[in-house]
Design a protein around this ligand. Structure first.
Ligand SMILES: NC(=O)c1ccc[n+]([C@@H]2O[C@H](COP(=O)([O-])OP(=O)(O)OC[C@H]3O[C@@H](n4cnc5c(N)ncnc54)[C@H](OP(=O)(O)O)[C@@H]3O)[C@@H](O)[C@H]2O)c1
Length: 395
C-alpha cells in the first residue's frame, strides 16, 4: 500500500528560527552519540565545539563511534579535545550497545547521529526510534533502501527520524515539499541537479576555473575537497542520485524502489571498475566525457546530470544536454538546483538552489536538526522561504 505523503505541518517546518529557547536543567539535558567522525562527522564536531565556545546551549555528546571502536564518556566529550586526539577503545557494537550509551536517568532527549555510509546501521533505526531515541542521519541508505524497511521506520516508535541532509545537504528541500503537501498543494514533479559532486565535476570539466584537468584528475580533486561520496563510484554510477531521487519520490507519496528508476551512469565504466581507477579505465572515462562535452558545446549546450521525478512518469536519471542559458547550466559548481512543479507552482516552478554537498554545509544541516530536537520548540513558519527563489530565470 502506498504511503501517504507527509502531511504533518510541524515536521514540515525548518528549524531556522526558534521561539524562546528554554534554559536546560540538569535533568533535561539532551544526550547524543555520533556514529562516523569522518568528513561530515568531524565538521559537525568542529561546529559543536564552536557553539560551546560561544556559550550556546548544545546537547551533551556522550559517545563517538567509528569503525575501529568507541569513545564513551557519560559526563560528555569535549569535541575540540577529541578532535585533537581522536582516540577510541576497540568495540564490536550492535544496536543495543549503542542505545545503552545513553544515561537512562538523565537523558530526556536522546539522539543518534548517523554520519556513516554503513548499510547495516539502517537496520537499527526502527529499534532506536521504538526506544524513543531520535535518529538524525546524513546517510541515504535507510531513506532509499528497501521500501518495507523504510515504511517500518517511518511508522515506528516515539523517537523521530530526521533526514533533511540526505538530499541537498543543508538546503530546505524535504521540509519545503512537506510544507507544500501539508498546506494542501499537490506535487507533480521534482526535477534537478541532485548531486553537488557531479555538478562540480561537470562544471569544472566544461568551464575550467584554472588549468584544465582531465575528468579523472577532477574526481581526485573533488575527493580531497570532501565533495564525493566515500566511494566516488557511487557518484559516477548515478547510485547517489538514484538514492536521493527515491527519497524525494517517497516524500511525495510514491512507493518507489531502486529497480523502478531508469538511470544511466556518467560514463560506461567496465562492470568490475574500482576506485582509484587503473590507467585504461581513467583514459576511457576521460575520452568519453571529452567527446560528449564537445558534442554538447558544438550545439551551444552543456552537459548536466539531471534527475526527473514525476508522479505520473516515475524516475529518470542521467547525463543530459541543456541550453547554456538553462538554470541547470548556469548554476555554480557544486550547486544543487531543485525545481518543484505543483498545482500551485505549475507554469513558474519553485526553485531551491545552493551548495548541495560538502562536509561543512552537510554538518550544519545535521546541527540544525539536532538543535531542533534539543530545544523542542517549534520554529517560526515561513522564515525558510528566505532561502527560496520562485523564478528559475532569476538565477
Ligand atoms: N560529504 C558530503 O558532502 C555529504 C553530503 C550529504 C550526505 N553525506 C553522507 O554523509 C555520510 C558520511 O559521509 P563522509 O563524506 O563524512 O564519509 P567518510 O569521511 O568516509 O566518513 C564515514 C565515517 O563513518 C565511519 N564508519 C564507517 N563504517 C562504520 C561502522 N560500521 N561503524 C561505525 N562507524 C563507521 C567511518 O569510520 P572511520 O573513521 O573509522 O573510518 C568514518 O568516520 C555518508 O552517508 C554520505 O552519503 C555526505
Amino acid at each position: 500500500m502506498p504511503l501517504e505523503p507527509h502531511r504533518d505541518a510541524s515536521e514540515a517546518l525548518s528549524p531556522t528560527v526558534y521561539l524562546h529557547p528554554r534554559k536546560q536543567s540538569g535533568s533535561e539535558r539532551t544526550e547524543m552519540v555520533l556514529i562516523g567522525p569522518g568528513q561530515v562527522g568531524s565538521a559537525l564536531l568542529r561546529q559543536l565545539g564552536a557553539l560551546q565556545r560561544a556559550g550556546q546551549q548544545a546537547p551533551t555528546l556522550v559517545g563517538i563511534l567509528r569503525r575501529s571502536g568507541l569513545c564513551h564518556q557519560a559526563a560528555g566529550i569535549d569535541p575540540d579535545t577529541w578532535l585533537k586526539a581522536p582516540s577510541v577503545t576497540p568495540l564490536q557494537s550492535d544496536a543495543g550497545t549503542i542505545a545503552r550509551l545513553f544515561d537512562k536517568a538523565s537523558g530526556q532527549q536522546k539522539i543518534i547521529i548517523d554520519a556513516s555510509a554503513e548499510p547495516s546501521l539502517a537496520d537499527h533505526y526502527e529499534q532506536w526510534l521504538g526506544a524513543g531515541i531520535n535518529v538524525v542521519t546524513a546517510s541515504k541508505l535507510a531513506g532509499s533502501g528497501c521500501f518495507k524497511r523504510y515504511r517500518d521506520i517511518r511508522q515506528s516508535g516515539q523517537g523521530r527520524w530526521y533526514y533533511e541532509t540526505t538530499v541537498g545537504a543543508a538546503l530546505p528541500v524535504i521540509s519545503t515539499l512537506r510544507q507544500l503537501i501539508a498546506t494542501g498543494d499537490e506535487i507533480i514533479s521534482v526535477r534537478g541537479l541532485l548531486s553537488g559532486s557531479l555538478s562540480w565535476l561537470l562544471k569544472r570539466f566544461q568551464q575550467p576555473s584554472g588549468t584544465p584537468l582531465s575528468f579523472s584528475e577532477l574526481i581526485e580533486k573533488a575527493g580531497h575537497k570532501g565533495l564525493t561520496e566515500p566511494d566516488p563510484l557511487e557518484d559516477l554510477s548515478g547510485q547517489d542520485v538514484i538514492r536521493k531521487a527515491i527519497i524525494l519520490a517517497r516524500e511525495i507519496g510514491m512507493d518507489t524502489d531502486a529497480a523502478e528508476a531508469i538511470s544511466r551512469p556518467v560514463a560506461d565504466l567496465p562492470p568490475q571498475s574500482a576506485y582509484p581507477f587503473d590507467r585504461d579505465t581513467a583514459a576511457a572515462l576521460n575520452r568519453q566525457l571529452t567527446e560528449n562535452a564537445a558534442k554538447a558545446a558544438a550545439n551551444g549546450r552543456q552537459l548536466v546530470y539531471l534527475a526527473d521525478i514525476s508522479v505520473r512518469h516515475g524516475i529518470r536519471i542521467g547525463l543530459q544536454e541543456v541550453a547554456a542559458t538553462s538554470p541547470f547550466a548556469t548554476a555554480r559548481a557544486c550547486d544543487n538546483v531543485i525545481e518543484i512543479r505543483s498545482r500551485r507552482y505549475l507554469d513558474n516552478p519553485l526553485v531551491i538552489q545552493g551548495p548541495g554537498a560538502g562536509p561543512e554545509v552537510t554538518a550544519s544541516g545535521l546541527l540544525a536538526e539536532i538543535l531542533q530536537i534539543h530545544h523542542r520548540l517549534k520554529p517560526v513558519a515561513g522564515i525558510q522561504g528566505l532561502n527560496l527563489c520562485s523564478d528559475a530565470a532569476a538565477n
